[in-house]
Design a protein around this ligand. Structure first.
Ligand SMILES: [Zn+2]
Length: 294
């Protein structure tokens, strides 16, 4: 009764899924899904994740690294303008080395800053302040390379070969530094609150994500994660900290999410949702008939 074997025609059938706690090995839930997917995970290991809510030392370390990045920028400039001419070996190698060290600091600081913002998001109440806090990594990447690029380009006495290598290296570093430090999905304290409320309204407040998926799901039986044998669960904050900041679209709809739909009081009114619902009901009836016959 629990499951009807796939007959290879792609018809929908019932599959029972068991949810096992990764720590205790105990069954913590069970559900039956109606699907035509062949590789539905029947046994799912749930890894419970608790939100930290504390960015730790990420912000102070990021700031220290940005200061260090600017020190390396100054050193690159001092090599370029001849102040550090007595360094051993070729000066152009020192120039590129300081630019690379500058870049390493900027990239690591940018990542730490973004992580901190996703653990403890800044408020959106003041737009300018929110932009500054969200994109500080990108802004400081510019500070770490643009001045030295301008200084090198405008230096009329410098050797043209050194000038070429220096500016190209710094320009590439600028692109990499900014590209890795921009927060393409900045989150605010307000976003997090809204999402927490939605997760409670539409589900239980618990959300789910997979090791490689980019979104979080409100339903552990969502069609997008139904094949995954390992699922992480926690509140929205925990999903945010894990880098899953966008909710899955399927979960908010009726398709593949009967449980949620009941919880949401069947308030979904979209046409496609209604037809999906009708289809799901038809298929369920069909499967039941097959079960009875067998
Ligand atoms: Zn989903």
């Amino acid at each position: 009764m629990a499951e009807t074997k796939s007959d290879g025609t792609g018809k929908k059938r019932k599959v029972e899924r068991r949810f096992i706690d990764a720590k205790t090995g105990e069954e913590i839930g069970k559900s039956t899904v109606v699907t035509n997917a062949d590789d539905v995970a029947r046994e799912v290991t749930i890894h419970k994740v608790t939100a930290k809510g504390d960015p730790g030392k990420r912000r102070p370390i990021a700031i220290a690294l940005w200061v260090l990045a600017i020190v390396f920028e100054v050193l690159a400039w001092l090599v370029f303008n001849g102040t550090l001419a007595n360094l051993p070996g070729k000066l152009v190698i020192w120039l590129v080395a300081f630019i690379v060290l500058d870049l390493i600091c900027v990239v690591v600081a940018g990542q730490l800053w973004k992580q901190a913002n996703h653990i403890d998001p800044p408020s959106e109440a003041n737009k300018a302040e929110f932009f500054l806090k969200s994109q500080l990594g990108a802004i400081l990447s510019a500070v770490a390379f643009v001045p030295v690029i301008i200084l090198m380009l405008t230096d009329k006495e410098a050797d043209s070969q050194t000038k070429k290598i220096g500016t190209i290296a710094a320009a590439i570093a600028l692109v990499i530094g900014m590209g890795t430090s921009i927060d393409f999905h900045p989150v605010s304290e307000e976003d997090l609150t809204t999402m927490e409320e939605t997760a409670i309204e539409l589900g239980t407040g618990t959300v789910y994500w997979t090791p490689f998926g980019h979104k979080y799901h409100l339903n552990p039986d969502c069609q997008a994660i139904i094949n995954s044998t390992d699922i992480y669960s926690g509140d929205v904050q925990a999903a945010f900290e894990a880098g899953r900041t966008d909710p899955c679209k399927f979960c908010a709809k009726a398709s593949g999410s009967d449980v949620l739909n009941e919880l949401a009081g069947n308030t979904a009114t979209e046409d496609d949702t209604a037809s999906d619902e009708a289809e799901a009901t038809d298929d369920a009836t069909e499967t039941e008939e097959v079960d009875e016959a067998a």
